[in-house]
Design a protein around this ligand. Structure first.
Ligand code: ISL
Ligand code: CA
Length: 541
């Protein structure tokens, strides 16, 4: 929400909308980075960890926002982006000056190899992960954009700086951190070359920096020095983790983090060529992945549950039907996710069923990942522009970043000026005001799910068991806590689907807890014909 008409959302804007969050029932807000930043990667490139980006407001605005959240019983989790900083951070400005500079070892500098980069790693955002710097005739490592140099966690001074800045914010009273790519902070010694695909110059070096050799040593040190001293919540962003890895980061007795974001379910619609190689997702894959996380973390570590965030396309467009069954499928996906064990995350606008956007031109996009990709494949390469634009419509991160749709007035009530990125034109129909006025809206359904979780221990602690594993249309599972059993049935398709109760479960339900269509009369659950995208949650005993 933009409070001053410059087209950019800001802290005062957030404060003005806290009652909306309260009404939805949220307990904790995770705020993407709001620190000083030249904004090469939407604030994930920080030039001052102890101040607020000017466009977003002042430290006074921050303090007011935090206190207004706390007044409403809402906690605040901040983004911690310390795998890298901005190249405009004073540490890096010093570091690049000379090889003797006291800040040199804050970053990862290497001489070139045979007149080219120190190794062949590809950046997350296209091209080499190294940038040459004339001043000292060396290269620095940047796993992300070239304006995001990687910090050198081997250097204890860097770790102390990080612990100090974390303490700075925790002492202000924030309630935790979401830790950006925290499983990339330890790189394998020697930074070895990766194996490129045939004909490719650069290669994915993940095996040399994902879940690296010292990552747990560092996080345990961070826990001992900082996290353990506060009553807070932590979640690590950890691409490429398995449930076994997650038990190391977030196991109940590990003294590391409270939970991690895993990415396996966000890869189900990528082909062998990676994110931009579009492939149809399969319900069977989703079942296997989600169930593996539910089963393997049970009693050992805590799950995070998400379909959306600022890096992902909109879930209703991706896994539902945003044309014919937008409301039904948005509610079904919410049911599927929120009834599982773990902490559910709702990304802004998800609770309205906001959809992907399809901007007509590459110029309409703002995301550095998209622009670097376009430059590599289209401007400098010989790729098919229409095909890539289509992939960007389907997968691009800006799908999640069009402004929040508050009402049907100009620019969805988000700004009185020109928004920093185009609006999704469907705001005229899909917006918070309309949703609040409609008792059957996606918003009110989310509100109900949140409320159920607040009031039913089975949603928090109940054991998850997948049923009908091989059903081609239905995702169904039970939750069990003591004598209590809930049955969750979700039709993932726009066609009718037949549900048959497996043996061993009560044939008559006690109660229909929630559903996304008009309630059914009968509580007989032996055979059910599910309507398109229908979702049902029964209490069986
Ligand atoms: O969305 C992705 C690109 O397709 C992911 O690979 C993403 O870059 C990765 O999950 C790390 O994301 C986090 O760190 C990035 C930042 O751009 C993302 O917004 C952030 O969530 C670098 O700080
Ligand atoms: Ca503003």
């Amino acid at each position: 929400m933009d409070s001053n008409g410059d087209g950019i959302g800001d802290l005062k804007g957030i404060t003005s909308r806290l009652d909306y969050l309260k009404e939805l029932g949220v307990d904790v807000v995770w705020l993407s980075p709001i620190y000083e930043s030249p904004n090469d990667d939407n604030g994930y490139d920080i030039s001052n960890y102890r101040d607020v980006m000017r466009e977003f407001g002042t430290m006074e605005d921050f303090d007011e926002m935090l206190s207004e959240m706390h007044k409403r019983g809402i906690k605040l989790v901040m983004d911690l982006v310390v795998n890298h900083s901005s190249d405009e951070h004073p540490w890096f400005i010093e570091s690049r000056k000379s090889k003797e500079n006291p800040f040199r070892d804050y970053y990862i500098w290497r001489p070139g190899k045979d007149g080219s980069e120190p190794n062949n790693w590809v950046s997350f955002f296209s091209g080499s992960a190294w940038k040459y710097d004339e001043a000292t005739d060396e290269y620095f490592l940047h796993l992300f954009s070239s304006k995001q140099p990687d910090l050198n966690w081997e250097n204890p001074k860097v770790r102390n700086e990080v612990y100090d800045l974390m303490t700075f914010w925790l002492d202000k009273g924030i309630d935790g951190f979401r830790m950006d790519v925290i499983n990339c902070i330890s790189k394998v010694e020697g930074l070895p070359d990766a194996t490129p695909a045939p004909g490719e110059k650069y290669a994915w070096g993940g095996e040399f920096f994902t879940n690296g050799p010292k990552v747990h040593e560092y996080i345990q040190e961070m826990n001992e020095r900082v996290l353990s001293k506060y009553d807070i919540m932590t979640v690590g962003e950890t691409g490429g983790v398995t449930p076994q890895d997650a038990q190391l980061y977030a196991g109940y007795n590990r003294d590391e983090l409270n939970m991690v974001f895993q990415f396996e379910h966000t890869d189900v619609d990528s082909g062998p060529g990676g994110k931009w190689d579009l492939a149809p997702w399969k319900l069977s894959d989703l079942k296997v992945i989600m169930s593996r996380w539910q089963d393997e973390l049970y009693g050992k570590a805590w799950n995070s549950l998400y379909l959306n965030n600022h890096d992902q396309p909109r879930s209703v467009s991706r896994f539902g039907d945003d044309k014919n069954y937008r409301v039904e499928s948005a509610k079904m996906l919410a049911t599927f996710l929120h009834l599982q064990q773990g902490t559910p995350y709702i990304y802004q606008g998800e609770e309205l069923g906001m959809t992907n956007v399809a901007f007509p031109s590459i110029e309409d996009y703002r995301d550095v990942e998209i622009h670097n990709l376009w430059r590599e494949r289209i401007v400098e390469g010989s790729g098919d522009a229409d095909k890539l634009l289509h992939a960007i419509h389907v997968k691009g991160r800006d799908n999640a970043r069009t402004p929040m749709q508050w009402d049907a007035s100009a620019n969805a009530g988000f700004t009185k000026g020109t928004p920093w990125i185009g609006m999704n034109p469907n705001y005229v129909d899909i917006n918070a005001k309309a949703a609040l006025e409609d008792p059957n809206s996606v918003f009110h359904y989310y509100q109900k799910l949140v409320d159920l979780r607040h009031n039913h221990l089975i949603m928090v602690y109940g054991k998850y068991d997948l049923i009908l594993r091989d059903h081609p249309q239905i995702y169904a599972y039970t939750r069990t806590l003591g004598e209590e059993v809930w049955l969750v049935i979700c039709n993932f398709y726009g066609d009718e689907a037949e549900f048959t109760l497996p043996t061993g479960l009560p044939e008559t339900a006690v109660e229909l807890i929630v559903s996304n269509y008009e309630a059914r009369e009968s509580l007989d659950v032996r055979r059910l014909s599910l309507r398109p995208y229908e979702a049902l949650v029964y209490k069986l005993s």
